[in-house]
Design a protein around this ligand. Sequence first.
Ligand code: UDP
Ligand code: MG
Length: 323
Amino acid sequence: MTPDLSIVVPLYNEASGLPFFHRKLSDHARRVAEARAMRIEIVYVDDGSRDATASVAADLQPHGIDVQVVALSRNFGKEAALMAGLDHARGDALLFMDGDGQHPPEMMETFVSLWKDEGYDVAYAVKADRTDEPPARRLFVRMFYRLLNFGAATRIPEDAADFRLLSPRAAAALRRLPERNRFFKGLSSWIGFRQKAVPYRPAAREHGSSSWSFLRLLGLSMEGLTSFSPAPLRMAGMVGALLAGAAFLYGSWIVLERLIWGIPLPGYPSVVVGLMVIGGVQLLVIGIMGEYIARILSEIKARPVYFVADHAVRHAEPVSEKS
Ligand code: UDP
Ligand code: MG
């Protein structure tokens, strides 16, 4: 029998916290499953962890909830792990959740109620505040969303987490998107339907450490930007137009000075400055276009997003047998 809801959990170096996390998540999932008479499964995706995550995950027992463990052949990154989970999930509805314990499983009840009782299609957690984070990171995140939503048709909510539930029709929509470079937060708001934000306060990481370096964050931002918004290109165009306008005005001024008032012009510094400004802007714009071309190239290569090394499905024993 297919489940009604699949909980997709990406794991990267989460061995130390995983048994505890699994216990807690299963307890909540089982409670929801019983209260709502639903079938729920958990899909763990081991994203090529370097620690014992794969073997720990392989030993997890289904506490009344079916468990799938998908092990990828190497570390492909969180978005790829989410996609692997999406592909293996048998449930109609989907719940994405981090495996580091920062996304409180208690919120599952809220999400399911928004979906079942109030008819929302996408229920997603939004950080209530970011005061726990370094100011530099907060500034960076803020700038990222500003740029991302600049002139965009669909706003991607700021501070939204990857912690979200998708109703069957929203999940079906997400499954139909063909692109390989994915930015799940963006996609799940892009598909539309009825969306609902739920504020939450992420728990502190109890085990392991966050795997996001600044460079990784920058990479993901570029990915999100280039796959979601033509804003950087548009801005490049605007900067170009501004420069051209300024150059035209300054040029006219020079002509006037020389022809009408006969003022001799000291030329060298202004020429050098002009060259440098134009050269810099051109390089910047070429760089931006390069990002988009790289994106096009990787879509065209059409490589698989991930490879599965191992896959196991562990079915929960029927409840009657347990007593
Ligand atoms: N993760 C993953 N692959 C990676 C990096 C992270 O599957 O290459 C998982 C990680 O195990 C966790 C989630 O993605 O479940 C969020 O990662 P993390 O806690 O490091 O990010 P943060 O909470 O700092 O955004
Ligand atoms: Mg985390």
